[in-house]
Ligand binder design. Structure first.
Ligand code: PLP
Length: 319
């Protein structure tokens, strides 16, 4: 009969046998999914300091997870942001971006009339119930946007780079100028363009949001969202929403991080001209130039839209 290797009680052995595993020797080439909900430290003192934010360290996955952070850093970099936080869905990311703009009862949001339906719903039914008023404008008509901005003094302007579902292209530079001249902030939902085609922060937007469920994933198998800000000060508000309302799934973000997200986007979105370049990224993709190639002139309805007979069912366009 084989001898027992130690004298520990069997249940104690079960507890300690697997532990959480040592980091492997050799760097994994794909992002590991850190399933742990909680983290352990050498001492209680160290743990207390990590909880207090005095030292870097993960404490609880709703407050931050290494898998999710890898994705945040990647998208923050390609969007030229100062800070980014990921969420369980695109809607949670939009909620967080609006929250970061310090809306309060009586605040006005000037929204594109072509926003994705759930965003309109969020503004009217959730924020609306807290006394925040949403007005709408046709963001392809810049005079209308300017007039309503001057008249209603909104705290936030919000639009999509390429709208869902009508594929109207937003002139981000012009909208940023209109917003800032009235002291408002501009949120751009960059879901349909992806950072592959446009980086709205480099065109004056203050916050960018994505439904990562779409082109950032590219494979329809992960759900998530991200908000990126040009201002590090937004980190507190964006993190607050992440901690309290929209924690990102580390399983989805393991999938989302499996290749550089820009490659995910590249695979699913690259327009014919870039597809012919055998996957090489475009040199410098300026928003209007890239969107012009993809979808017609900024501010106009996309040339693609005429070949899109019905909502979503024909998106993305067939290869
Ligand atoms: C432009 C746009 N923004 C936001 C969302 C919401 O994203 P999610 O479904 O990941 O919450 C969608 C979803 O289709 C979308 O198309």
């Amino acid at each position: 009969m084989a001898e027992r290797k130690n004298n520990l009680h069997l249940e104690t052995q079960f507890v300690h046998a697997t532990g959480s595993g040592e980091p492997p020797v050799g760097q994994p080439t794909a992002t590991p999914v850190y399933a742990a909900a909680t983290y352990t430290y050498e001492s209680m003192d160290q743990m207390d300091r990590a909880f207090a934010g005095e030292i870097e360290g993960y404490v609880y996955t709703r407050h931050g997870n290494p898998t999710v952070n890898i994705f945040e850093k990647a998208i923050c970099a390609v969007e030229s942001g100062a800070t980014a936080r990921a969420y369980g869905s695109g809607m949670a990311a939009i909620h967080a971006a609006l929250f970061a703009c310090e809306l309060s009862p009586g605040s006005v949001v000037l929204a594109s009339q072509d926003l994705y339906g759930a965003t309109t719903n969020l503004l009217l039914n959730i924020f609306g119930s807290f006394g925040i008023k949403t007005l709408f404008a046709d963001f392809s008509n810049l005079e209308e946007v300017r007039g309503k901005t001057l008249e209603s003094k909104p705290r936030v302007l919000i639009a999509e780079t390429i709208s869902n579902p009508l594929l109207k292209v937003c002139d981000v530079d012009a909208c940023a100028e209109i917003a800032h001249s009235s002291g408002a902030r501009l949120i751009i939902d960059n879901t349909f363009a992806s950072p592959y085609l446009c980086q709205p922060l480099t065109h004056g937007a203050d916050l960018v949001v994505h439904s990562a469920t779409k082109f950032l994933s590219g494979h329809a198998d992960a759900m998530g969202g991200i908000a990126v800000s040009r201002d590090e000060l937004d980190r507190v508000a964006l993190t607050g929403v992440m901690k309290l309302a929209g924690e990102a799934s580390r399983y989805s973000f393991g999938i989302l991080s499996r290749v550089p997200p820009s490659q995910n986007a590249t695979r699913s979105l690259s327009p014919g001209s870039t597809r012919k370049s055998h996957g090489a990224p475009p040199a410098t993709t300026t928003c209007n130039r890239a969107l012009g190639a993809f979808a017609g002139k900024p501010g106009s309805r996309s040339s693609l839209s005429s070949s899109v007979p019905s909502r979503a069912t024909r998106w993305p366009p067939a290869e």
